[in-house]
Design a protein around this ligand. Structure first.
Ligand code: GAP
Length: 432
């Protein structure tokens, strides 16, 4: 059984993720991403974009601002509803999410039962723009990317030649002042979302809801997630967000249990109606056929880049024993692997011709790594741990027979191939 601690240790050891400002003791629920983390995130975003466009190409992209005015967040219902129940222990002064603890029992930290009343804690980060601080200058860091899409709906429709049904997609940062950030990248205070808002008529809403649930499930198969660890879960009425009439979560079985990975929600006409009411601007569309105007219905698919990053690490993390030796290997699908292939000269004396091969492979436009330091066994172990699907080893025979050894990450099997076929070999691996 793999534990979250093992996955956190690997992510830190191999430079995928660092604690933000670790030098100063870190910042709870906030992380920096190192070289391999950046590459993995890029692959996640690219796969998401590709997947939604493959489902329906009638999708436009947006990159909205992180800051939004008070009026916008009031219209969206976030200033009133976007909060979690908070409780304090008056003895040890610790704060908890009230739904995480049993208030009939004593505090798990100090052992005393001295709870305050439960009150609502606003999860949005508030700030002021400029030198004057009043309601007109209050701004919030967005807690979801979706609202930038709704407030730009008219701009986007009028500057692009689109007709309903169509989607607006966005990848970007979101911020929530979570009371208890936890489980590494699962619940963070600064994170990134990939959201698709799909606009259609109310008659089409159920059909598109089902289509997007199926498409999103298919996405997880395509990026190599073991579907035995995925399940769908419908929200009960009491669990629905203030904007949703129907939500299906795609859950993943993390080491700490089944939890939401992605939410697909029927937001109805809630957001456009609210923004229209509060701004006084008409956000309806005109149907030429019926000569009537109506407010579009919205189906939303929303997943966190970081939560999916953690899912991929959890799913790929494997410990096995090969030839009597224990190893840790990240069995990421080649498409998601940060590095697609490594070129390893057997010794530093062979660096020059091996580097020529590396230079040739980088022309493919995918990430290739060159590593010449340490024993070959150690270098294989490192590539296994970062999920590199294949290693090419250039040895003392390579010059004479124009061949190299290819080692497969998962089986550790090695075969001899002609150097001239190395490019083709990498391309073939990426089709897996
Ligand atoms: N626009 C809808 C929305 O924001 P949500 O269920 O609150 O819905 C959507 O968030 C997705 O964003 C979640 O399924 C999760 O993948 C990710 N997410 C939400 N809060 C997060 C947090 N604190 N840390 C990391 N990811 C988070």
């Amino acid at each position: 059984m793999k534990s979250l601690d093992q996955i956190v240790a690997l992510a830190k050891r191999r430079g995928f993720v660092y604690q933000t400002a670790e030098l100063y003791g870190g910042l709870n629920g906030v992380y920096d991403f190192g070289h391999l983390g950046v590459l993995l995130k890029q692959n996640i975003r690219a796969a998401w974009r590709q997947s939604i466009m493959a489902t329906n190409s009638n999708i436009l992209f947006l990159e909205g601002a992180i800051l939004g005015p008070h009026a916008m967040w009031e219209a969206s219902g976030h200033t009133q509803n976007f909060s979690d129940p908070l409780i304090d222990c008056t003895n040890c002064k610790r704060r908890f999410r009230a739904d995480d603890i049993d208030t009939q029992k004593a505090c798990l930290v100090c052992g005393k039962k001295a709870w305050t009343d439960i009150r609502q804690f606003q999860l949005m980060f508030e700030t002021n723009l400029g030198a004057v601080a009043d309601q007109s200058t209050t701004a919030y860091l967005r807690p979801e990317t979706a609202q930038s899409i709704f407030v730009n709906f008219k701009n986007i429709m009028s500057t692009n030649r689109v007709k309903l049904p169509f989607g607006i997609a966005q990848i970007g940062k979101a911020f929530r002042n979570e009371i208890t950030p936890k489980q590494f990248l699962f619940r963070m205070r600064e994170f990134e979302q990939m959201e698709l808002e799909w606009f259609c008529t109310s008659d089409q809403a159920d059909e598109f809801f089902d289509l997007w649930v199926a498409s999103r499930e298919n996405f997880y198969t395509q990026i190599g997630i073991n579907m035995d660890h995925i399940k769908l879960s419908q929200h009960e009425k009491s669990e629905l967000s203030h904007y949703s009439s129907r939500t299906t979560d795609i859950e993943y079985e993390f080491p700490f249990g089944y939890k939401e990975l992605e939410g697909i929600a029927d937001r109805g006409t809630f957001d456009l109606t609210q923004h229209s009411k509060h701004s006084g601007k008409d956000l309806s569309v005109h149907d030429e056929a019926t000569k009537q105007s109506y407010t579009p219905h919205v189906i939303e698919c929303s997943v966190g880049v970081d939560r999916l990053f953690l899912t991929l690490l959890c799913d790929a993390y494997t410990q096995d024993t090969i030839g009597g030796e224990e190893r840790t290997v990240l069995k990421l699908s080649p498409r998601m692997a940060p590095i697609k292939a490594a070129v390893l000269p057997l010794t530093k004396k062979l660096s020059e011709p091996a580097r020529a091969l590396y230079n040739e492979l980088t022309k493919l436009g995918v990430m290739i790594e060159f590593d010449e330091s340490g024993s070959i066994g150690k270098r294989y172990r490192r590539q296994d741990e970062i999920g590199t699907p294949i290693c090419f080893t250039y040895d003392f025979d390579s010059k004479q027979d124009n061949s190299i050894t290819v080692r497969d990450r998962d089986t550790t099997k090695q075969e001899r191939i002609s150097i001239d076929t190395a490019r083709e070999y990498v391309m073939k691996i990426l089709q897996r």
